[in-house]
Design a protein around this ligand. Structure first.
Ligand code: NAP
Length: 465
């Protein structure tokens, strides 16, 4: 690590498949960060005066660039954080789709909204949406392109500038993103990466030229960023952790529910905020669901994420693997039953196998804590009431999945599951067309859709006499 590097995590590409450091980067100096914030402010001044049509054209070019480079950037993502190459390519394609979505819809989402002029004694009154300015985006490594693009596409289309502080273990992806939008034609300062550790975030938030911040990551990081932003009265959006329930009732198609459950838990090697983590199954469906589920989990191919046949690669970091192993060991020590997996293999890299644990009780840490790896906790309940109570017995409130063909139960789950997203007979996913975000300790604010693009806008009330 070079001069100016943070005391915390090194900024480096460490291949999780091997544990080998492939490239190290020096953190940007204070002077370099200062230069980039100055550029961001200038980028904002320029961008905010452009038309939607101009920004849409640039955004479409960025999407085309990304499509053309998807194979290369996917390889970088797989090398940096271990997701399968197939998943990485799909992520790049999803980003291009979201860019085109906002290129097409931003103007309509941010159109002036007329108010009742007479009621406010005006000749005309309306709401107009204006960009806030420079927004700091602190992002995680788990979907290293998507997490950033779902902020950047609406932010830039609204006329905001972005400064990206990406996770320290995905610097090559961060640098790629830091150039993509300028290459597509956006003003060069409008979206930039700063290579800094988390200890430098507070200083950037304090800068007068930065108007707001968004963070996707852990609860602890969210609390820290919000506290700093609070000191300076700056708007924040927080997308934090989750421990999503996956409720299965007897009327559901159990084979299908079990098949989808495997993807819901193990996609992205089990490291998704909206992964289903707690499987809450009615007693009348429990044995059948469990049999299908454990069998399908056991059939996953764990191995080299670059290979097309691989379903599950390594966890992204050594610490992440240690955290998962600790939660499983704690449950086992307190009497949980391991139906599958449960032990890290003895090999280089940060591997952890697909694992199913039954008999989880309130005393076990995984009852409350988020398990960020391919580990499913199974719970047996006797009624929909019990399922709802258990599903809500968590400090998180990000997504919730429920499987039933009973209309009454469906309505009950939609109404009573405490979450920002509820998916019935399917797995929670993010779409540009739907708002995304959580309640409780999963954070606040929304990304995506018309709701997301307004988060970093000034809804200015205009009154004309
Ligand atoms: P993390 O440690 O919180 O890191 C996320 C980002 O925050 C990184 O850029 C990190 O920088 C930075 N950071 C860490 N501590 C900070 C602090 N005190 N102040 C300011 N910035 C700080 O998260 P992770 O463990 O890598 O990622 C997994 C977590 O993210 C899980 O809880 C997951 O559920 C959550 N997540 C949520 C969503 C969502 O949309 N709700 C999506 C994906 C992931 P460094 O890398 O330099 O430490």
């Amino acid at each position: 690590m070079g001069v100016g590097a943070p005391v915390g995590m090194a900024i480096a590409t460490v291949n999780p498949s091997t544990g080998q450091t492939e490239r190290s980067f020096e953190a940007h100096t204070e002077a370099e960060v200062e230069r980039r914030i100055t550029n961001a402010r200038a980028g904002f001044e320029e961008l905010s005066r452009t038309t939607f049509a101009q920004r849409s054209a640039w955004m479409r070019t960025a999407a085309d660039l990304l499509d053309g480079e998807a194979g290369d950037i996917a390889r970088i993502m797989t090398t940096e954080m271990g997701k399968t190459l197939v998943a990485a390519k799909a992520e790049a394609a999803k980003c291009a789709t979201a860019m085109r979505f906002y290129a097409e819809h931003a103007e309509e989402f941010l159109a002036d909204v007329p108010a009742e002029a007479e009621a406010v004694k005006a000749s005309s009154a309306y709401v107009t949406y204006q960009p806030l300015g420079v927004v700091l985006a602190v992002m995680p490594w788990n979907f290293p392109l998507w997490q950033v693009v779902r902020f950047a596409a609406p932010a830039l289309m609204a006329g905001n500038a972005g400064v990206l502080k990406h996770a320290s273990n995905v610097p090559q992806t961060a640098l790629y993103l830091g150039e993509l939008f300028a290459r597509a034609g956006f003003p060069s300062g409008a979206f930039q990466t700063v290579l800094v550790g988390s200890d430098r975030v507070a200083g950037i938030i304090a800068d007068d030229r930065v108007q707001a911040a968004t963070l996707t990551g852990s609860e602890a990081a969210g609390r820290s960023l919000a506290a700093e932003a609070g000191k300076h009265l700056k708007k924040t959006v927080l997308e934090l952790g989750g421990s999503d329930p996956y409720v299965v009732m007897p009327s559901a198609d159990l084979a299908r529910a079990a098949e989808v459950a495997v993807t819901a838990r193990c996609q992205n090697n089990g490291q998704s905020c909206i992964a289903a983590k707690r499987f809450i199954v009615h007693a009348d469906a429990y044995d059948e669901f469990t049999e299908h589920f454990v069998k399908a989990m056991s059939q996953l191919t764990v191995g080299d994420p670059m290979r097309e046949s691989t379903d599950v690669g390594p966890l992204a970091t050594e610490q992440g693997r240690a955290d998962v192993a600790e939660l499983v060991d704690d449950a086992v020590a307190k009497g949980a039953e391991v139906l599958l997996g449960g032990e890290a293999p003895d090999r280089d890299g940060w591997w952890y196998p697909p694992t199913v644990i039954a008999g989880v009780t309130e005393q076990m840490r995984m009852f409350q804590e988020e398990v960020f790896g391919p580990v499913a906790a199974l719970y047996r309940v006797d009624s929909a009431d019990e399922a709802v109570a258990l599903a809500n017995a968590t400090s998180f409130g990000l997504g919730a999945n429920a499987w039933t063909s009973d209309a009454g139960e469906r309505d009950r789950f939609v109404r009573d599951l405490q979450a920002g997203l509820v998916f019935i007979n399917g797995m929670v996913a993010s779409y540009p067309h739907l708002p995304f975000g959580g309640i409780k300790n999963s954070g606040y604010g929304r990304e995506l859709s018309a709701v997301g693009i307004k988060e970093f806008c000034n809804a200015k009330a205009v009154w004309i006499g």
